[in-house]
Design a binder for this molecule. Structure first.
Ligand SMILES: Cc1cc2nc3c(=O)[nH]c(=O)nc-3n(C[C@H](O)[C@H](O)[C@H](O)COP(=O)(O)OP(=O)(O)OC[C@H]3O[C@@H](n4cnc5c(N)ncnc54)[C@H](O)[C@@H]3O)c2cc1C
Length: 399
């Protein structure tokens, strides 16, 4: 007999795992489907670390971060497990960006500090910035223990009675919008009242025809003109200290999480202490190569995505050896055209099919808040955090 669920969440990355947990918590019988094994490294949610921070270029993110922070604090207490390290964020930027971020943080009463670029090395001796740069210190920023978050949400989901099916890709789904919706997977069929797609870059494989023409992407930038989503592959580079006796400067006690934006050169970097590989910071350029047609990574990333971070290190983090990375991993990014998330129903006509996606380089820290919002939408409730800014309907053009 075909199994029926209140909600099927497709994709067990961090978005799907948080969403499934909240659905089950709200009393909905939930199935979480994953095409690979849990904890695989083919998507965007693998690895040991991510950055968390209140500081953001757009104020709409701040309440989502706040909701995620309170969830993680509760989860830490509940599980007796350390899930993050609030070691502080340094945001260094040229131009006036820091002032604008400071304005958003002030509006939300978030503690922070703005310092001149040449004062940054007094705070963090690893760095070298001049007066063209300004620094913002966000003391609530820090390292997310990413694999622990993923595992915690999946385990808590199961404790609440949720079902996870791994190695079971969804092949097709009912697009009629009438509940119950039918889903066909590699192993069989299910029915569900709601489907929530949290499929990362595989979003491009779904939604051929929805009333507002979601085709490969969700988006119509103008009548009949489709804008395609193009997920990318990032070269995730790790770098060691020049001298053994400087190695300690790269650990979680000494090295902050960092966002660095040279706005004139349009080069954006992020960096974390040596959480993933002892003795090697992670420093990555926020750009990448196109994925292959089957959404796999290119064999090797373009040399620029390794050379540019190396140059940045040589210029701004003199204790680190920027001549050659210690290691290069890969990770997938999915950006929407305006670089903001997609959270909400795929159609204005129904809330039976929802999507959470386009987390790009910032979605891990907000995933608990996003998951709660998606679950509340599926349950027909008002969302705890207003996520209307992220609604897919912002790209809708009537046909
Ligand atoms: C290099 C890098 C650095 C980043 N740094 C940060 C950071 O510092 N801070 C931060 O907050 N965020 C960061 N991010 C962003 C964050 O990691 C992503 O936004 C987040 O992981 C996206 O998760 P997701 O669940 O949407 O996607 P994914 O993790 O890709 O999960 C989607 C899942 O859906 C599954 N799936 C797809 N199709 C199907 C199907 N048909 N059937 C069943 N399952 C399916 C996939 O197998 C996959 O497991 C970074 C991302 C990258 C790549």
């Amino acid at each position: 007999m075909t199994k029926h669920y209140d909600v099927v969440v497709v994709g067990a990355g961090i978005f799907g795992s948080c969403t499934a947990y909240h659905c089950q918590r709200l009393g909905m019988r939930t199935l979480l489907l994953e095409q690979f094994n849990l904890g695989h490294s083919n998507g965007s949610s693998h690895g040991k670390s991510r950055i968390t921070r209140y500081a953001h270029t757009d104020p709409e993110y701040v309440p989502l971060v706040g909701d995620s922070y309170s969830q993680i604090e509760q989860l830490e207490k509940m599980r007796g497990e350390k899930l993050w390290n609030k070691l502080g964020l340094l945001w260094a930027a040229t131009g006036n960006q820091v002032q604008s971020i400071s304005g958003h943080l002030q509006a939300h009463n978030i503690e922070h500090e703005v310092i001149r670029g040449n004062e940054i090395p007094k705070r963090y001796p690893q760095f070298k910035f001049d007066e063209k740069w300004t620094g913002l210190i966000d003391p609530m920023g820090g390292v997310i223990y990413a694999n622990k978050w993923l595992n915690a949400f999946q385990e808590e989901f199961k404790h609440l009675g949720g079902t996870i099916q791994e190695n079971e890709p969804l092949i097709s789904h009912d697009e009629s919008y009438d509940s119950p919706l039918e889903l066909t997977t590699k192993n069989g069929k299910y029915t569900s009242n709601k489907i929530i797609f949290t499929v990362g870059c595989w979003i491009t494989k779904f939604f051929p025809h929805v009333n507002f023409k979601i085709k490969v992407s969700f988006l119509l930038s103008s009548f009949f003109h489709l804008t395609y989503l193009q997920p990318i592959s990032l070269a995730v580079c790790y770098w060691k200290a020049k001298e053994e006796n400087q190695r300690h400067l790269l650990d979680e006690k000494h090295f902050p999480v960092v966002i660095a934006k040279n706005l004139e050169k349009k080069e954006y970097y992020f960096a974390l202490p040596d959480t993933d590989y002892q003795g090697a910071i992670k420093l990555v350029l926020d750009d990448g190569d196109e994925l292959n047609e089957d959404l796999s990574h290119p064999k090797k990333n373009n040399k620029d995505f390794v050379d540019l971070p190396g140059k940045f290190i040589t210029e701004h983090i003199p204790v680190v050896d920027g001549t050659k990375p210690y290691k290069v991993d890969q990770c997938k990014y999915t950006n929407s055209p305006d670089h903001h998330y997609l959270i909400g129903p795929v159609s204005s006509e129904t809330s039976n099919i929802l999507v959470g996606g386009c987390g790009s380089g910032s979605g891990f820290k907000t995933a608990p808040g996003i998951g709660r919002a998606l679950a509340e939408m599926a349950a027909g409730k008002k969302t705890t955090v207003d996520v209307s800014f992220f609604s897919p309907s912002r790209f809708v053009t009537p046909i």
